[in-house]
Design a protein around this ligand. Sequence first.
Ligand SMILES: Cc1cc2nc3c(=O)[nH]c(=O)nc-3n(C[C@H](O)[C@H](O)[C@H](O)COP(=O)(O)O)c2cc1C
Length: 317
Amino acid sequence: MKAADTCRHLPFGSRFLRKLAGDIPDIPINILGLIFKNKVGLAAGFDKNGEYIEVLKHLGFGHIEVGTVTPRPQPGNNLPRLFRLKDDYALINRMGFNNKGVHHLVENLRQLSSERPILGGNIGKNKDTPNEQAWQDYIYCFKYLHPHVDYFTINLSSPNTPGLRALQEKEPLIKILSEIQQYNQGLEQPKPILLKISPDNSQTVLDDIIQVAQECRINGIIATNTTIERKGLITPECILNEIGNGGLSGKPLFNRSLEVVRYLKTALPDEMVIIGVGGISDHASYMKMLDSGADLVQIYTTFIYQGMKTVKKIVQQ
Ligand SMILES: Cc1cc2nc3c(=O)[nH]c(=O)nc-3n(C[C@H](O)[C@H](O)[C@H](O)COP(=O)(O)O)c2cc1C
């Protein structure tokens, strides 16, 4: 990304980056009241601080989700915290919301040119904020990011912030979503709000989420974040034990995220948007996710493995 960023500043650099990404036809689509140039977005966690948007926009993404950002900067977990499982076409990470804080992100977003891509702001809580006060962290990030992003993602599903996923349970979920929605609806220009959920929720928790999401009138759900499951991997158990805790992403996640998307499609009203994410790696898996009910998709791990031409390979057969 640093090399690509340097390239962008050279004469014809942007054109060169677009050439590397390949010709990606625009297939504009109106979702959440926004015009997306295509259905493939970059998932949260890749550009946590909004440092590479001017590069990423040349690689064909229909939208870019920045963050997860927290109110205050935090270093995240100790290194090593990111591992490739090449045989599984997967990653395990326990980054732990390393980010430079919402004000740094806002500064970067302020400097973007007017031709910026559609941006989602993925927001979280600081590690040392107790769960009872978590809603205040979400409101804080929401407030400062609001003028600079097109939609928001409430992230309650990272496995790498202790206790975070418990916030998906009914009571804390109602508190957080209703506080954010109350603030949002009081603004002159309310923004769409999505909730990003874990693939590891029980059926009861998933049903509660579906109910609360409708009651709080949020606009949709992003399914899913990484999983703590390790079933069915090719990577030997001794290596997995050496790696230790973290969220698994990439191909092994695909069937579960597809299953969650399929269920959401049957349970949510049509006007609620579903963004499918988890293990999409080629055109076939992309189409399968759309056919199962996703309005848009996002990718992360496959971009790490495939590089500059990823979006083209996914959008085109
Ligand atoms: C290194 C890494 C960091 C991530 N950080 C975040 C994050 O900060 N916030 C978030 O909502 N999801 C984060 N994710 C999850 C991705 O956004 C995505 O939901 C997940 O990786 C599944 O998609 P994939 O199989 O295409 O990678 C991260 C994933 C990876 C691999």
